[in-house]
Design a protein around this ligand. Structure first.
Ligand SMILES: Nc1ncnc2c1ncn2[C@@H]1O[C@H](COP(=O)(O)OP(=O)(O)OP(=O)(O)O)[C@@H](O)[C@H]1O
Length: 242
């Protein structure tokens, strides 16, 4: 059984079909990339999976269970966590304190702050933020804040983590480092990842499987090699093929 099944999912905003009859599967342990131009519906797709907004049609199954009508906190407690494109750490709290709520109220459901801190320090080591654990989150660089966002999603104890443009705005060196971090987290923590990214080369390197959205519709899916050679994808990105 797939860990995540997106089934004929749709979301309308007034006259606009932001997500239109989208279906795909994510297997446990996979890294699935989501590609698409600005406004293609990628972030709306994440918001629908994570329960931030309800779908107008279709369904999402997580581990065989429908997420329809579930609030974000309920979806999180089932084991799905997401990051946000615009990072919003609690700037007045330390990096470690930022992770506490996630560990106490997410699927991990830890009972005590000390227990949460111990587990979260290991996560901070994995994302390269351990030296900044006691620093205020507001003092982190953009790359650091993106890493904190990832750490917070993992601290919930999620099996499935949805990463929304965690490489946007990073330098090429930082993108390389982020790819290494994501691969390590995936391998060592047995996470399943769905990754939205505009940095196409990075997405091609990282993903086992890629889905491509265009104007809300899924126009292609397959391995990175298949997507790189798909005429519909080339037409959307480079105005060639077809
Ligand atoms: N709350 C909303 N109300 C009305 N329209 C919305 C809302 N959220 C998104 N949209 C519209 O839905 C479409 C898809 O937006 P979405 O943010 O999902 O695209 P995206 O692929 O994530 O784009 P980007 O790469 O720029 O983040 C866009 O036309 C957007 O303007």
């Amino acid at each position: 059984m797939s860990l995540l099944s997106v089934r004929n999912l749709g979301r309308r905003f007034g006259g606009l079909l932001a997500v239109n009859d989208v279906s795909f599967e994510v297997q446990r342990g996979q890294i699935v990339g989501v590609m698409g131009a600005n406004g293609a519906g990628k972030t709306t797709l994440f918001a629908l999976i994570a329960g931030n907004i309800p779908p107008t049609s279709g369904d999402v199954l997580f581990d065989g269970r429908s997420l329809a009508g579930q609030r974000p906190d309920q979806v999180c407690r089932l084991g799905v966590a997401r990051t946000f494109q615009i990072v919003k750490p609690f700037g007045g709290l330390t990096v470690l304190e930022n992770l506490r709520t996630a560990a106490l109220f997410g699927k991990a459901a830890m009972r005590h702050a000390a227990e949460a801190d111990q587990a979260n320090l290991r996560i901070l080591e994995d994302v390269g933020l351990a030296p900044m654990a006691r620093q205020l989150a507001s003092t982190l660089t953009l790359s650091g804040q993106k890493r904190l966002e990832i750490a917070r999603a993992i601290a919930t104890g999620a099996d499935l983590v949805l990463l929304d443009e965690v490489m946007a705005g990073l330098t090429p060196t930082e993108v390389g480092q982020m790819l290494q971090t994501l691969r390590r987290l995936h391998a060592e923590r047995g996470l399943t990842l769905v990754v939205i990214e505009h940095v196409m080369r990075a997405l091609m390197e990282l993903s086992d499987h890629i889905v491509v959205l265009d104007h809300g519709e899924l126009i292609a899916q397959g391995t990175p090699e298949e997507i790189g050679a798909n005429p519909k994808v080339l037409a959307v990105y480079f105005g060639e093929g077809e």
